[in-house]
Design a protein around this ligand. Sequence first.
Ligand code: NOJ
Ligand code: MG
Length: 549
Amino acid sequence: MKPARFELEQMHLSPQDASPQDASVPWWRHALIYQIYPLSFQDSDGDGKGDLPGIAARLDHLSWLGVDAVWLGPVHPSPMKDFGYDIEDFTGIDPVFGTLVDFERLLALLHARGIRLILDFVPNHTSDRHPWFQASRASRSDARRDWYVWADPAPDGGPPNNWLSRFGGSAWAWDEATGQYYYHAFLKEQPDLNWRNPDVRAAMCEVMRTWLRRGVDGFRIDAAAVLAEDRYLRNDPPNPEADKAPPPERYKRVYTNYRPEVLDWLAELRQAVEPFGDRVLLGEVDTSGDRIADFYGSAERPILHLPLNYGLLDAPWEADGVRRMLEDYLELVLAQGWPNWVIGGHDKKRMHDLRGPEHLRVVAMMLLTLPGTSILYAGEEIGMRGAHVEQPHDPFELLVPGWGLDRDPQRSPMQWDATANAGFTRGQPWLPAAEGFEHCNVAAQREDAGSLLTLYRELIRLRRSDAALREGAFEHPFAAGTVLGYTRRHRNRCLLVLLNLGGTRQMVRRPDGCRANVLLATTQAPQHAAALDGTVPCEAHQGLIITLA
Ligand code: NOJ
Ligand code: MG
């Protein structure tokens, strides 16, 4: 096979900042952020549901792995219709998870280990049991009426317009007592707050301040692109692709998504956070087209530090497709702010199931060698698969069945060891552990030098200690056959990363006139540590980090 060659002049995308020794570099830029879904991480009291003391008991794992910050899913009082994303008290803790004292203890324990805490923040909606909504629906003249989005029926008595809930059906729910409809982007038990009302915005900023005073290090803003609805309640246009899309996508969400007001309101949230110093705002944003860049804002009007980027989950999984995604995203984002990369999530299929188990080691190397902040969902570091859940719990699956939207599989218990329920609970777990946990678990992989977990740990350590990986320019992305390659360069140190996304060995020609050594390989590399000749063999599904000198 003719070795593929890559051109050296392609691009030079450089994170513009200073070195980490420079105290002005924010901590989150080189962080590994670890997402914990609280119900599923560790149960401490035997009720089968994860809780705060459970997380506190598992901090060794985080330190051992090299986690810099935890992003914790919502832990506030909730009827759990959407498993915590339906909140009835933004500043409290649901008894399922523990108490505020448990929270403060967890925060102190994390901080003592040098690990930060980022809290999920759900500004778009509340639970229908929130006292604000209870007041709002009590009467049309209540002071809180305008805190939610109310509208009169259409002339035929039906919903005011054709807007659809993201979880299926009309986005309007009828309120018999007051004779109006209220709007809900998600479940009808999750009425949308009316962000046009400045009192709502002030109240939500105050919620953030409460948690900031308690010491949290930032927030992940839920459904950040969804805060505004068209004030004229115009109908959404039909989706030309409707026949291929699940029912909630029958119309294009023009009037309830990414409205112009959204960025202004998010900028207000940023302003509330700014006086607290080095805190970080992540956000679930609109990633279509070029929109992700808008969520960074500008120097005059900063918005989010890290609009979450799911490119590694969404890109077509072949070398040139990923290369194109990397170039497009980095070109867009490096002009505005700092990149980030997410692997997995409580709404996202497990990487094991999305890409296949043979790809997981290359995914790990990609995550930790690309420029920017890395965000990892708990369980991805051991390559967990999604669980098979017989009786759906996820409201999305219950309301829109048969479209593969089910989020239960990725919410199954964290797999700690081979004991009953994977060491997650001594009770009955709220979701079953995924098949195969007897082999795929933290305890087993910690002992195994060849495990995915060990690889993650090595990569995390390498990235921490290697300036080229941490802050080097990202150069020369190329696809050669099934191999994706790029370099990271810092001063005179240059690393070549080769990632074989395919199932056959590839020969890649490296630049002439330099010596090359394999620094780290995802699987045993034949020439490990020995100088490589002009062509580098890259085995099936193998990733290599090579120093060029
Ligand atoms: C996004 C969250 O990640 C998801 O789990 C939730 O169902 C919706 N927002 C509504 O809050
Ligand atoms: Mg519990």
